[in-house]
Write a protein that binds this ligand. Structure first.
Ligand code: PEP
Ligand code: MN
Length: 337
């Protein structure tokens, strides 16, 4: 911790701060500048607790922690990139991965059509929500267990892995039985009990960024997964709330290099929720690849206009095929396969 004393701080007040630092188990190291004195307090903030309460003393100008609050997600803990394996697909390795499928599982016919088409185009993981977090209670809430069973069937028939959202702690085991990756949605990204329940299933967890979530908060939410014994964490940027209304959300592609610098976990980009408009998905996908993402999560529907949720942002089967062809040179240029 770095403690900056006010320029008006007297010798006696300085002694008071030093006493407090020692009492809390830290070793003070004094640096005297021309205008003010700075104290470096040496110790382990994670073991000895924070010195931030010193900030209430009138002679203290600021108290700044030097250690990160997140530990297991940080690159300090794990300098090399980590990879996550789901149904034989490795996310975060040399190979760029694409997860695709409908926003919601609606019927066997719809899901199978989407599954075979996305596989044919090169996707390795099938997405589809069985439990849907809808803004309005009057909108389609998902098929629930019936949707999960359809996802399992699609996995058996196509060999694709499956990612689907876990909406409630009480469904953790049931969803884990049918999924290769548990998606924690933007609206639940700081539902810590849900994160713990997801972690404890042992299945890989894709953690979406919350609607108004800072990156440090997102990393700390991810810490709940790793600290509960689950190493299969992926961060997924899906757009944040800003003043802009041209898109549904503002896809924060700058979060990719920031997360990559702070953390070893794979980064996935969801340009579909990010844009809310199918016509932007291709450009955002290319941007995501170029910025260093490890995978994409894309909504694809056999009949986007007739979709029961997120109709405006889903790509047609043809549109997805085109996207897959067009991102190929970007993947190669990014040094991935
Ligand atoms: C989705 O993937 O369909 C979804 C609801 O995502 P988000 O939680 O990012 O809104
Ligand atoms: Mn959706």
């Amino acid at each position: 911790m770095i403690i900056v004393l006010r320029s008006t701080c007297s010798k006696r007040e300085e002694q008071e701060v030093l006493r407090e630092i020692r009492r809390l188990g830290y070793k003070p190291h004094i640096m005297r500048g021309v205008a003010r004195t700075v104290i470096g307090a040496i110790g382990d903030e994670r073991k000895q607790g924070s010195l931030e309460p010193l900030g209430i003393l009138p002679q203290v100008e600021s108290v700044t922690p030097v250690q990160k609050r997140y530990k297991l997600v940080s690159r300090e803990a794990h300098p090399a990139d980590s990879t996550v394996t789901a149904n034989k697909t490795i996310i975060g390795g040399r190979k760029f991965q694409v997860m695709a499928g409908p926003c919601s599982v609606e019927s066997e016919k719809q899901l199978m059509k989407a599954a075979y088409a996305v596989k044919e185009a090169g996707a390795t993981i099938l997405r589809g929500g069985a439990f849907k977090p809808r803004t309005s209670p009057y909108e389609f809430q998902g098929l629930g267990l019936k949707g999960l069973k359809l996802l399992s069937k699609a996995r058996r028939e196509t060999g694709l892995g499956v990612i689907t959202e876990l909406l409630s702690e009480q469904h953790a085991d049931m969803v884990a039985e049918h999924a290769d990756i548990l998606q924690i949605g933007a609206r639940n990204s700081q539902n810590f009990q849900l994160l713990i329940a997801a972690a404890r299933t042992g299945k890989p967890v894709l953690l979406k960024r919350g609607l108004s979530m800072r990156i440090d908060e997102w990393l700390l939410a991810g810490e709940y997964v790793l600290s509960n014994g689950n190493a299969g964490l992926m961060f997924c940027e899906r757009g944040i709330r800003t003043f802009e209304t041209a898109m549904r959300n503002t896809l924060d592609l700058a979060a990719i290099p920031v997360i990559k610098r702070e953390s070893h976990c794979p980064v996935v980009i969801d340009p579909s929720q990010g844009a809310g408009r199918a016509d932007l998905v291709k450009a955002l996908s290319k941007g995501a690849v170029a910025m260093g993402a490890d995978a994409l999560l894309i909504e694809v529907h056999p009949d986007p206009a007739g979709a029961w949720s997120d109709s405006a942002q889903q790509l047609s089967l043809e549109g997805f095929k085109e996207l897959m062809q067009e991102i190929r040179p970007f993947i190669l240029a990014a040094g991935r396969e």
